[in-house]
Design a protein around this ligand. Structure first.
Ligand SMILES: *[C@@H]1O[C@H](CO)[C@@H](O)[C@H](O)[C@H]1NC(C)=O
Ligand SMILES: *[C@@H]1O[C@H](CO)[C@@H](O)[C@H](O)[C@H]1NC(C)=O
Ligand SMILES: *[C@@H]1O[C@H](CO)[C@@H](O)[C@H](O)[C@H]1NC(C)=O
Ligand SMILES: *[C@@H]1O[C@H](CO)[C@@H](O)[C@H](O)[C@H]1NC(C)=O
Ligand SMILES: *[C@@H]1O[C@H](CO)[C@@H](O)[C@H](O)[C@H]1NC(C)=O
Ligand SMILES: *[C@@H]1O[C@H](CO)[C@@H](O)[C@H](O)[C@H]1NC(C)=O
Ligand SMILES: *[C@@H]1O[C@H](CO)[C@@H](O)[C@H](O)[C@H]1NC(C)=O
Ligand SMILES: *[C@@H]1O[C@H](CO)[C@@H](O)[C@H](O)[C@H]1NC(C)=O
Ligand SMILES: *[C@@H]1O[C@H](CO)[C@@H](O)[C@H](O)[C@H]1NC(C)=O
Ligand SMILES: *[C@@H]1O[C@H](CO)[C@@H](O)[C@H](O)[C@H]1NC(C)=O
Ligand SMILES: *[C@@H]1O[C@H](CO)[C@@H](O)[C@H](O)[C@H]1NC(C)=O
Length: 512
């Protein structure tokens, strides 16, 4: 027994000892990590080719990262410890360069020494001023590149097709290289100096479809003038595509395959010149129960904040904000401010993971499809400023997470479903529909019949809110039940919903 025990202890000790050895070795290797001399000198040359100019960056945390880049003790081996430089632990090659917000000012030429760092995997140059340089075609020298962030950096001209040589690219952010009015709070960034003929980024290179690993593609706030890049639909991993504020135009046709954009979760086409019907890009995929917008999500932990405007935050804060959201199964579609026409297609009711849908400011007609009531995770629904007709379907009361709802400036008629959470929204959500009546609008409904629910009972169950609400009704007069129900709502639903339910209860008590 005793021997047995001590053997076990001994073996534990051995394991510990081994562990220490390994760790010590590892730490050692970190300390000895030395930069290749030619890469070091390439970085120093790169540094020399730019001016440091405070107006070149606009982020609050900006500072001149390259100022600390100096050869130490006559040798050039220290570059792995320089600010913004990341080396491979085994080979010592520079594999990451993060020079975002570094006050860099000057042009980036194709012959820049930067392009001799052929082992680069991640490159961020965002929030600097490259003085309307073209994106250099030497970018092809980085075959291992996975992350490329050139946002907010005053690049102009065509995106070179050489980008498509980057077959490992997962993350491409070209956002915001044409900014009309600077960023809020940063008047320095007005583009008054920009020569007008350099503004257009022209067409997207078709060859971008070769970047088969691409997951995140941000093209927002530029002046691309092109049709919708339907050819990107073959990218098997693409999760996010945002094209907000560009000159994209034309009808988005149906593609040849019906398996386009298999993993797309965030699509932002807002502020472009698209025409024709809302494209049926995804319906078959959603019905097929594939991964598209079907992932199970555990979302209940954090209360994110009321009526978040996801797309606007994207335009301002960049891609990182979305990175985690997409991973947890977030999905959003924003096609606002275009010239889409025709009816709201029924397939949208299949996109069950959708959190935000904005189709505001188009010329859509027809009625609101009751299938939108299937989008149980929806937090934000904006249908405002279209030409929608008919009544607000009763099924929308099933959307129990809805924090923002706007159907203003359409041609809707009939009662707003009374006694539901839909009456708790600000009355401006219903403005500009002459035929709508009932709370929260001032005009009462008279003897109109409530909207019928029999049109679409395919998905069955009653909405959560309705359910709770019935309990609340039963509980009036016995404060106990009321208390229990409200407590339950408080714990399981979001705060604003709680407020809304309390609001409804108050309403009922007062009305009785
Ligand atoms: C270090 O780099 C500088 C600049 O590129 C170069 O002039 C110098 O010869 C290099 N020194 C060594 C020891 O490699
Ligand atoms: C790059 O550096 C900035 C700070 O200058 C930091 O905020 C950002 O997260 C870094 N990006 C990456 C991808 O590490
Ligand atoms: C920026 O571009 C302008 C116009 O092409 C040029 O006059 C100026 O010298 C450039 N500045 C730098 C720092 O390269
Ligand atoms: C790079 O090319 C530009 C012209 O395109 C030239 O002015 C510059 O001197 C070149 N730089 C180097 C380091 O060769
Ligand atoms: C959209 O088209 C209209 C005319 O059809 C044009 O005036 C406008 O400039 C276009 N917008 C963009 C962003 O290209
Ligand atoms: C659903 O999609 C998968 C591919 O992910 C395919 O193999 C399968 O045949 C599809 N099923 C139907 C019913 O279309
Ligand atoms: C929908 O888009 C419009 C215009 O793009 C914007 O003004 C509005 O705030 C958006 N709605 C929501 C709820 O984000
Ligand atoms: C609103 O709809 C009614 C019919 O329901 C129609 O007579 C009227 O012209 C429409 N108004 C607008 C502005 O489209
Ligand atoms: C509705 O919104 C408007 C402006 O957004 C605000 O002034 C008003 O107080 C709000 N009304 C209610 C009842 O919250
Ligand atoms: C609804 O949208 C209209 C314009 O589209 C806007 O004026 C109004 O403030 C919005 N209401 C809410 C509650 O967001
Ligand atoms: C609606 O529900 C009824 C019974 O609840 C069922 O008989 C009928 O088939 C359903 N209709 C549809 C379109 O699912």
């Amino acid at each position: 027994m005793g021997i047995h025990l001590s053997i076990r202890m001994l073996s534990k000790l051995l394991v510990l000892l081994l562990f220490h050895l390994v760790v010590a070795n590892f730490v050692d290797s970190l300390q000895q990590l030395s930069c290749h001399a030619e890469e070091s000198s390439a970085l120093l040359q790169f540094k020399e080719s730019f001016m440091i100019d405070k107006s070149a960056s606009s982020n609050d945390g900006a500072y001149p990262k390259v100022s600390s880049w100096k050869p130490v003790g006559g040798g050039n081996s220290s570059c792995c410890s320089w600010d913004g430089v990341e080396c491979d632990e085994m080979t010592g090659h520079v594999i990451g360069l993060n020079l975002s917000s570094s006050y860099l000012y000057g042009s980036l030429d194709s012959n820049s020494s930067l392009f001799s760092l052929v082992h680069l995997q991640r490159l961020s140059l965002s929030d600097n001023n490259f003085n309307y340089s073209q994106i250099p075609s030497s970018i092809r020298n980085f075959p291992g590149l996975t992350h490329l962030d050139l946002s907010w950096s005053f690049f102009s001209g065509q995106v070179p097709s050489e980008v498509s040589h980057l077959s490992k690219l997962t993350y491409l952010d070209l956002c915001c290289n044409v900014i009309e009015n600077g960023t809020p709070g940063h008047p320095d960034r007005l583009l008054k100096l920009q020569p007008s003929d350099m503004r257009s980024l022209g067409q997207l290179p078709r060859s971008l479809a070769n970047c088969v690993m691409l997951e995140y593609l941000v093209l927002s706030n530029n002046q691309f003038s092109d049709v919708f890049p339907i050819w990107l639909g073959t990218l098997p991993e693409l999760k996010l595509l945002t094209m907000r504020h560009n000159g994209f135009n034309g009808v988005i046709g149906q593609s040849r395959t019906n398996f386009d954009f298999p993993k797309l979760r965030i699509l932002d086409l807002s502020y472009n010149n698209f025409t024709g019907e809302i494209p049926p890009l995804f319906p078959d995929i959603a019905v097929n129960m594939s991964t598209y917008m079907q992932a199970q999500v555990h979302y209940a932990i954090i209360y994110v904040g009321r009526s978040v405007d996801y797309s606007i935050t994207l335009a301002i804060k960049g891609l990182d904000l979305y990175y985690s959201k997409v991973r947890e199964g977030f999905a959003a579609i924003d096609i606002s401010n275009n010239k889409f026409e025709g009816k709201i297609p029924k397939f949208i009711g299949n996109l069950k993971e959708l959190r935000s849908l904005n189709i505001s400011s188009n010329i859509l007609t027809g009625s609101i499809p009751s299938s939108l009531g299937n989008l149980r995770n929806l937090e934000s629904l904006d249908l405002s400023q279209n030409k929608l007709l008919g009544q607000i379907p009763q099924q929308l009361t099933q959307l129990s997470f809805l924090g923002t709802f706007n159907v203003s400036h359409n041609n809707l008629t009939g009662p707003i479903p009374q006694g539901t959470q839909l009456t708790s929204f600000n009355s401006t959500s219903y403005d500009g529909n002459l035929g709508l009546c009932g709370d929260p609008l001032p005009n009462k409904c008279g003897n109109q019949r409530p909207p019928s629910t029999k049109e679409d009972n395919g998905s069955g169950s009653i909405g959560m809110v309705e359910f709770d609400f019935k309990f609340v009704l039963a509980g009036i007069g016995s404060g106990c039940v009321l208390g229990v129900v409200l407590a339950d709502v408080l714990i399981t639903r979001r705060q604003e919903l709680f407020l809304r339910v309390v609001g409804m209860v108050r309403l009922i008590i007062w009305k009785r």
